[in-house]
Design a protein around this ligand. Structure first.
Ligand code: SF4
Length: 210
């Protein structure tokens, strides 16, 4: 029997360069409840996870690449026994970040948010973000870092998901997955709102017809 978890998920920041309408981190950012731990606490935690034999950590935000701790955390992980995955919106993945990730020799994959075609994605995440994200994917792939895509299925994009999935299959990524938008916290008439009951039945019973 395993005595320690294989993986730990470290949500070390609520900061983000984007303002997506369905972002659950918005509550923490705006309510002040999202206080962040100091860097020393994260480094101690990584040391403890290593001593426990944890194989890998997931670096999650918010947007991890927004945070000044990201570089020291990468330095700490470099050439160590643990591998890590990064969860990012992909818009900040310039050459410098990609080189830093590659230089760790411990990045198992990067999971990037992509919710649909350009108009839809940019409507949620901001003008030009779709192309910036695709450019980030290309940079990662060019240095051999595996890329996974994660998207959110909403009232406004669920019918386009099959076609979008076919588009994703033309990209040099290793995996894609979609999750249903899970709350109606910002009102049902807002862009990318939660699926209504009939739509959920259509998606879950009949599938997305890939
Ligand atoms: S990219 Fe992620 S963390 Fe940033 S606003 Fe959007 S959902 Fe929230």
């Amino acid at each position: 029997m395993l005595r320690t978890p294989l993986q730990a998920r470290l949500c070390f920041t609520y900061r983000c360069n984007l303002r997506c309408p369905f972002c659950y981190e918005r509550f923490a950012r705006t309510s002040g409840s999202g206080k962040e731990l100091p860097l020393s606490s994260w480094l101690s935690l990584l040391e403890e996870l290593r001593s426990l034999g944890v194989f890998s950590v997931a670096l999650i935000g918010g947007e991890p690449l927004c945070h000044p701790y990201m570089k020291p955390l990468l330095e700490d992980l470099t050439d160590g026994p643990m591998r890590f995955g990064l969860y990012t919106n992909g818009t900040l993945l310039d050459d410098t970040w990609v080189e830093l990730l590659q230089a760790t020799h411990r990045c198992s994959h990067v999971t990037i948010s992509l919710d649909g075609f350009e108009d839809y994605h940019d409507g949620i995440r901001g003008s030009g973000m779709f192309r910036r994200t695709l450019a980030g994917i290309e940079r990662l792939v060019s240095v051999g870092i595996p890329v996974k895509i994660a998207g959110v299925v909403s009232h406004d994009n669920y019918r386009t998901i099959p076609e979008f999935a076919r588009f994703l299959e033309t990209l040099p990524i290793c995996e894609y997955k979609f999750s249903l938008r899970g709350d109606a916290a910002y009102g049902e008439d807002e862009l990318c709102g939660e699926l209504n009951l009939e739509e959920k039945v259509e998606v879950t019973v009949h599938g997305l017809r890939f």
